[in-house]
Design a binder for this molecule. Sequence first.
Ligand SMILES: C[S@@+](CC[C@H](N)C(=O)[O-])C[C@H]1O[C@@H](n2cnc3c(N)ncnc32)[C@H](O)[C@@H]1O
Length: 346
Amino acid sequence: MKIKGKAVRAKKSKGQRVKNELKALGLIDEGRMVGSDEDYVYVPVLERVPDKYEVVEKELETREKRKGFRELLVERFGEKGAKGVLSSYDVVGDIAIVQVPEGLRAHEAEVGELLLRGEKKVNAVWKKAGGREGEFRVTKLMHLAGEERSETEYVENGVRMKLDVRKVYFSPRLSHERKRVLGEVKEGENVLVLFAGVGPFALEIGKACPHAKVVGVELNPEAIKYFEENIVLNKLGNVEAVLGDAQKAAEGEFSGWADRIAMPLPMGAEEFLGAAFSAAKPGCIVHFYRMVDRKGGVEVLKERIRKAAEKAGREVEFIFEKEVRPYSAATMQIVIDFRTRQSDNP
Ligand SMILES: C[S@@+](CC[C@H](N)C(=O)[O-])C[C@H]1O[C@@H](n2cnc3c(N)ncnc32)[C@H](O)[C@@H]1O
């Protein structure tokens, strides 16, 4: 829609300079767009422009404020209806993944369209059609709106990652945790990432610490394909992707190798503690992720870690713990960092 109002007229050759000056003076009317004809640009302005500018009356397009997804969703389905969607959707690159709650199933196509409209960078929307499945922890997805494409590129902590949301596990919800861990790594360390996926932990550590050697082990061949591609994409000569079982790698090729181990397998990493102790050098730090009950789950887990250490002839010192993200009312994902050392009483 066009509306008439005051605008500064300037020769096209001077247009950008005039715009910058008026912006610096805080005089631009942000509710209307800049217009132009063959010779002039018209910058919409508020009252009281210095005399040196030529002010005319001009019809200019109004700038419509783009509504975000939250606003659109609440407007259409109310706070209550929107709540379940807003807490469960993720954006990975230009793809949105959404879980449509039971109550909105009949409107799921509309939810998809609102996502496309409200999330500026989203070009494709997929809905969750089940939980994470199998060893590879891949979520079954069904196309909901926009392009029917599931491969995307995502940037996190300065690292570019290509991945296919239908073929591999990926969650942007651990980005802050990856940032914390990469900040702990010291140059020259050997870092072993078990359950590496398309490589977020390994790539981000490798980029932040060029003199650390980082190895990621992953069982899903599709994830390894992207992991390798991502190493090249980010030109990282200090990161290696290994296709295989974490236990075999930790007890075999990487036995006694690691100064630091990340274990991001929140459903069952404790099965691999023995292998992690094999890979750990004395003093090795382990970042261990697990879903636990909010009530007492942390202590139960620590006891399991102590027992596994004892079995491996090691001792552990717990140095950090926190909730990484909420999972359900009763459970949360946590990280526990511990240091390992040879037991005095083997
Ligand atoms: C929760 S995902 C974490 C992926 C990645 N670290 C991330 O944060 O995006 C767990 C990954 O472990 C892999 N995985 C499961 N069992 C494994 C095993 N025995 N050895 C190596 N990788 C395994 C799965 O394929 C999956 O990619």
